[in-house]
Design a protein around this ligand. Structure first.
Ligand code: SF4
Ligand code: SF4
Ligand code: F3S
Length: 265
């Protein structure tokens, strides 16, 4: 409470903005508390009141006043195709903007699967040559927070850890916060007892589905997906895809769009 609020620049690159939507639903901490009391969110296109020249001036002022001290959060992938023309912000390619802002940041959070593995834009045939943020930002610590989108409390929890301890959290070997990504969804799944007992849903809406049996045979990727869904759950701990009857499609894993059993090319 006594610390000055941490300046944060949030860039929205190639994305669908659902990661922003998820962030705005954080209950612990409440998003209003985070934005108004804990950080100084100086630049974020979907939320800022300013626009155009005025908004870009605020970004430049934060970069000038807090060199090496602000946090950069990036939602969306970078694009390398044709000089980065497929996503431009303020008259420059978003990849150029990313490099510029990352240069003065203390650390970078790549938020969402678009930012960590290029997600849907990077899926075959990847027409814009979309790449993860860490492929462009090589001179700063990059924290990967994958998911399509991630759970709100996973991103706000990562930010609050940085605010509280002044350093990035302990990461897995894939560069993700260990507190949220060390377990497979399968490890703590609500349907796990049915998996162990060999009771599987064979087709949607069969008798096993009505009993809440394991979804492995209808494509569940929970055994190979590292995410907090089965522990933290969504919407302030209400549910997660498997609990609601849908197999995990592995949305926090690299190239999940090309590997999912549900979207075929
Ligand atoms: Fe949207 Fe998924 Fe990309 Fe987030 S990771 S911006 S939810 S497509
Ligand atoms: Fe594992 Fe998926 Fe079955 Fe849950 S539904 S126990 S995550 S295979
Ligand atoms: Fe994504 Fe699987 Fe969780 S699809 S939301 S990681 S249950």
């Amino acid at each position: 409470e006594t610390k000055p609020r941490l300046p944060v620049i949030y860039l929205n690159l190639q994305e669908c903005t659902c990661c922003t939507e998820s962030l705005l639903r954080s209950a612990h901490p409440l998003i209003a508390d985070l934005i108004f009391n804990m950080i100084s969110l100086d630049y974020m296109e979907p939320l800022q009141a300013a626009a155009g020249k005025q908004a870009e001036e605020i970004r430049l002022k934060t970069m000038k006043d807090y060199p090496g001290a602000y946090l950069l959060i990036v939602e969306g992938s970078a694009t390398l195709g044709d000089g980065g023309v497929y996503c431009t912000i303020g008259g420059k390619s978003s990849t150029e903007l990313l490099k510029e802002v990352a240069n003065g940041a203390a650390a970078v959070i790549a938020y969402g699967s678009c930012a960590t593995n290029a997600c849907v834009q990077g899926a075959y045939p990847n027409p814009t040559q979309a790449v993860p943020i860490r492929k462009v930002v090589k001179n700063k610590p990059v924290i990967d927070v994958p998911g399509c989108p991630p759970i709100a409390e996973v991103i706000t929890g990562t930010i609050v850890h940085y605010l509280t301890y002044g350093k990035i959290p302990e990461l897995t070997n894939l560069g993700r916060p260990k507190a949220f990504y060390q377990h497979r969804v399968h490890d703590n799944c609500v349907r796990r007892a049915f998996f162990d007992a060999g009771q599987f849903v064979e087709s949607f809406d069969d008798a096993g589905a009505k009993q809440g049996w394991c979804l492995y045979k209808v494509g569940c990727k929970g055994p190979t997906t590292y995410n907090a869904c089965a522990i933290t759950e969504w919407n302030d701990g209400v549910s997660y895809p498997i609990k609601s009857g849908h197999p995990c499609i592995g949305c926090s894993e690299n190239n999940y769009f090309d590997n999912t059993p549900f979207y075929t090319r």
